[in-house]
Design a protein around this ligand. Structure first.
Ligand SMILES: [Zn+2]
Length: 169
């Protein structure tokens, strides 16, 4: 079973996800499906709502599968410290073909359960901090375009509307 990555406009992307009650075989299968979907799209992160599952689960792999041990699985993640600020270009598998400069923390710490249900901490700077904030946002129904100023946001949304009208979205 493989679910497609949803694009902006899908209601599931806009709902807050609920906590996982227990890391069961079913949840592990969800994680595996998410990792496969992320690698298939050459992404560096994916949250469960992006495949239509309203659970607090995300995966991040800055190497997109090229480096062993780079995968981070976060189930029921909670914020630790966040500090500083970075401005870098960012994209999202739910808005394919678009990117924009987004303000994010320079460092972010997330406490979560891993695929085996063990507690772990991801302490990220730079791109990892950005990815953690981006995926945590997905669990609240927030997309990076929501964090843009009016003009860059409406430019992207108008182009998507046009693609949608033309049947290309
Ligand atoms: Zn995203």
């Amino acid at each position: 079973m493989s679910r497609p990555v949803l694009k902006i406009g899908a209601a599931a992307l806009r709902a807050a996800a609920r906590p996982v009650e227990a890391v069961t075989a079913e949840v592990q299968a969800l994680v595996d499906e998410m990792v496969a979907a992320m690698y298939a799209e050459r992404g560096i992160g994916l949250a469960a709502p992006q495949i239509g599952v309203g659970l607090r689960v995300f995966v991040v792999d800055l190497s997109s599968g090229r480096e062993a041990g780079a995968l981070r699985v976060c189930i029921n993640p909670e914020w630790g410290e966040r500090d500083g600020m970075q401005l870098e270009e960012e994209g999202c598998l739910s808005l394919p073909g678009f990117s924009a400069t987004v303000a994010r923390p320079a460092r972010a710490v997330v406490h979560a359960l891993d695929r085996e249900g063990a507690r772990h901490t991801v302490d990220g700077t730079g791109l990892m901090a950005r990815a953690l904030q981006h995926e945590m946002d997905h669990l609240e129904g927030t997309l990076y375009v929501d964090r843009l100023r009016g003009l860059s946001r409406s430019m992207i949304l108008n182009r998507i509307k046009k693609l949608d009208r033309d049947g290309k979205w």
